[in-house]
Design a protein around this ligand. Structure first.
Ligand SMILES: Nc1nc2c(ncn2[C@@H]2O[C@H](COP(=O)(O)OP(=O)(O)O)[C@@H](O)[C@H]2O)c(=O)[nH]1
Ligand SMILES: [Mg+2]
Length: 369
């Protein structure tokens, strides 16, 4: 699961990145204009893994992972309505979701690029950049279709006209500031759009980076902005990047005490993982054996063969069936053998929809030709 971080310069992107990944990337003002993004991998904590490990004594335990990408070289024109292009666009286009860091903190030592702190303005600015980028992609495709029309055979023309009309409709809505994630498509239309990797189609997390002096109002600020911006496909979180980054440098115990004192229930890192899971509709299934106990991330509603394909494409192609037991049932019975004896280890076929906490073994057959 890849999350692409974006936002205006000096909004605290790298600070947030460090807080989320316990990283030590250079903040603005120190970096030498590197073009490569900071990449940080976060292990998704799951207490079920430890419990399974105690039962299976595996050689290794592998949690699910979320990867955060912090774009280093924000393009010069970014935030000025010039759209997003080049490597910056490519990095964002590959992400499963976007994390927009919105500056809400005051810091006279680090002036805001637009001179004043105004989260609503910045959210609108970046949304506009994302829409411009998608419009650019649409324009280029429409131009190519128009060119293709000249050389097309009569029987091909209708299909081209249909696509022109479809993409033109999307363009009109985008121009009216309706992001793709809020436009409605049939399943077939949605599939035909996947290849474009439109930015406004991606789930979006608005992360309000509040100042140290606003921590006691964190919940109120979050509620206020959530009311304004939360809708399907958009999540909103308020947290103080600088404080969260400082806390990752402390021991767990120290950080815990500090949080309790400040009235902060859990780490920003843990909250963000939960937000990503909720926003993207994610869940985990588990595999367990003497070699490895492991958690795998999939979207809710994923079928057993697709889930198997997460592990290896051969598992999906040669899928025969899945042997499934609920984590709680496995714990209650104490072993796979006992779960099977009690009829709780089920054989499921191709149409089975995976459930959170399923402990699975996939049976597959790959014919060698
Ligand atoms: N006071 C304050 N300063 C912050 C906060 N978050 C970031 N900064 C400062 O703002 C500057 C830019 O932060 P950075 O993470 O490099 O921003 P980026 O350009 O978006 O990656 C740095 O000097 C940070 O220390 C915050 O929550 N409070
Ligand atoms: Mg940065």
């Amino acid at each position: 699961m890849d999350i692409g971080i974006l936002g205006l310069p000096r909004s605290g992107k790298t600070t947030i990145f460090n807080a989320l990944t316990r990283g030590h990337a250079q903040l603005t003002g120190h970096a030498g204009g590197a073009a490569e993004p900071n990449v940080g991998v976060v292990k998704v904590p799951d207490p079920r893994l430890e419990t399974l490990a105690a039962m299976f004594h595996p050689k290794k335990v592998t949690p699910a992972e979320i990867t955060y990408l912090d774009m280093v070289g924000t393009p010069r024109g970014f935030g000025k309505g010039e759209g997003i292009s080049g490597p910056f666009l490519n990095q964002l286009a590959r992400a499963d979701a976007l994390l927009h860091v919105v500056r809400a903190f005051e810091n006279p030592a680090v002036p805001h690029v637009a001179e004043s702190v105004d989260p609503d303005r910045d959210i609108a600015t970046v949304n506009l950049e994302l829409a411009f980028s998608d419009l650019g992609i649409l324009e280029r495709r429409l131009e190519r279709l128009q060119l293709g029309l000249k050389a097309a055979k009569p029987q091909e023309r209708e299909a081209i006209h249909r696509e022109q009309e479809f993409l033109g409709g999307i363009r009109t809505q985008l121009e009216a500031e309706v992001p793709l994630r809020e436009q409605t498509f049939t399943d077939e239309e949605a599939r035909s759009l996947e290849g474009y990797q439109f930015l406004t189609a991606k789930p979006l997390i608005l992360l309000l980076n509040i100042g140290e002096d606003q921590i006691d109002q964190q919940q109120a600020i979050e509620a206020r902005y959530r009311e304004r911006y939360a809708r399907p496909g958009i999540a909103l979180v308020a947290l103080c990047g600088r404080l969260e980054m400082d806390l990752t440098q402390m021991s767990e115990e120290e950080a815990g005490e500090f949080r309790a004192e400040m009235g902060l229930p859990e780490s920003g890192l843990a909250r963000m993982i939960q937000v990503c899971y909720d926003l993207l509709g994610l869940m985990s299934f588990l595999t367990a054996g003497p070699e490895e106990v492991r958690a795998w991330t999939i979207r809710k509603g994923t079928s057993a063969p697709k889930a198997a394909g997460k592990i290896h494409s051969d598992f999906e192609r040669g899928f025969i069936r899945a042997e499934v037991v609920r984590f709680d049932d496995l714990m209650a019975t104490g072993s796979l053998a006992e779960a099977r004896r009690q009829g709780l280890l089920r054989s499921e076929g191709r149409t089975y929809i995976m459930q959170d906490g399923d402990v699975v073994e996939f049976l597959f057959n790959v014919s060698r030709r």
